[in-house]
Design a protein around this ligand. Sequence first.
Ligand SMILES: Cc1cc2nc3c(=O)[nH]c(=O)nc-3n(C[C@H](O)[C@H](O)[C@H](O)COP(=O)(O)OP(=O)(O)OC[C@H]3O[C@@H](n4cnc5c(N)ncnc54)[C@H](O)[C@@H]3O)c2cc1C
Length: 376
Amino acid sequence: METLDQTQLDLLRRSRARVENRTDELTARFYQTLFEHAPGLRTLFPLDPNGRRAPLADTLIWLLHRLDQRRELTDRLADLGRDHRKHGLTAAHYEAAGQALLIALEHIHGPSWTPSLAHAWASAYTAAIHEMLAAAAADRGPALWLGRVVEHQRLAADLAGIVVQTLEPLPHHPGQYLSIEIPQRPGLWRFLSPIEPARPDGVLRFHVRALPGGLVSPALVARIRPGDTWRIGPPLGRLPDALSTTRDLLLLGQGTGLAPLNALIAALDTHDDPPRTHLYAAARSKNELRALLTNGPRDRHRPWLTVTPVVPSAGTHRPGSLVGTALRARVWQHHDIVVCGPPRMQAAALDQLHAAGIPAEQLHSDPLPTSLAIRR
Ligand SMILES: Cc1cc2nc3c(=O)[nH]c(=O)nc-3n(C[C@H](O)[C@H](O)[C@H](O)COP(=O)(O)OP(=O)(O)OC[C@H]3O[C@@H](n4cnc5c(N)ncnc54)[C@H](O)[C@@H]3O)c2cc1C
């Protein structure tokens, strides 16, 4: 966004309130205009069973809240660009989306849509697409992998372990996540984090929790069958940065959020001198923790790793505060800290760590859903 001047950034900031208050209208007008000009895109952004399409407005709002945070903004746009490769979009599609966005924005702004605001939005869109396309062009691997489910194991009523093997190896870094689409829910892409580093045989292992009322995760847990073919997008995310730290590490993981932490620990195993690492691992029960934590001191001698389980005490159902437990134990000011778990837990954990004075550059986490990330 460095091509935008201060006046344009101020115009965009002011425009944000309108976008936030009229998200449904914005989204409806955007997709209506887009499909008029590029009907072929309709299949890429299908209506979900709740009658909604991909959350365009959430992404826009998130970006509008990050206009001053250049690094975060660029990273997110780069990931979006890489991830969108799987849709096979061309420059003409991005052009059509830009036109549709301006028409939708004009619609929700009404008389307050001035030529300068239109110009600010057009410049912002061009700058954002430039970042996305540059990241997409720099990605040398395939845009999409096909993977066959080779194993599906029920670990608990709402939890499954799934093994998928890609035809071509998928070279992801430990701690990265992938977008996946399953035949039972076409067009509804969701993110999953492999629980181990990339393997030459293309095997990917995932832990999946079924969320009540969720559109995809219940199908992942209950309806996946060996032999199913998944479509898998390029690897995303920056958790692997934590592996190059010169500080000791604190890993905080809850539930299926332990997946990328397992992969990071496996990667640290290959280091000559791994940093001293403390893992606080939360789950609903000891059994669940055993299933979700595949890399602990128990299954291999790791003198550099300490694991503190955080499970509910007898008679309660919740594991208690993961971060609270860690913060009560000692001061972590000089650690790099990785936080992974359900979105609300992750957002609350990051807030607590900020409040405890941990510098932002020492905190590593995957992106939150935009609705939660916006307020941070
Ligand atoms: C970077 C990243 C990595 C992920 N890795 C994994 C993984 O390895 N294993 C896994 O099981 N899931 C993982 N997820 C979550 C997964 O991508 C889906 O969001 C989740 O399975 C819900 O999908 P759904 O279609 O069932 O629910 P939706 O229909 O999309 O949403 C239903 C409701 O659940 C809420 N919700 C969404 N995600 C969660 C969550 N994780 N916890 C609690 N509430 C939620 C939504 O806000 C919504 O209210 C990851 C998410 C991200 C962002």
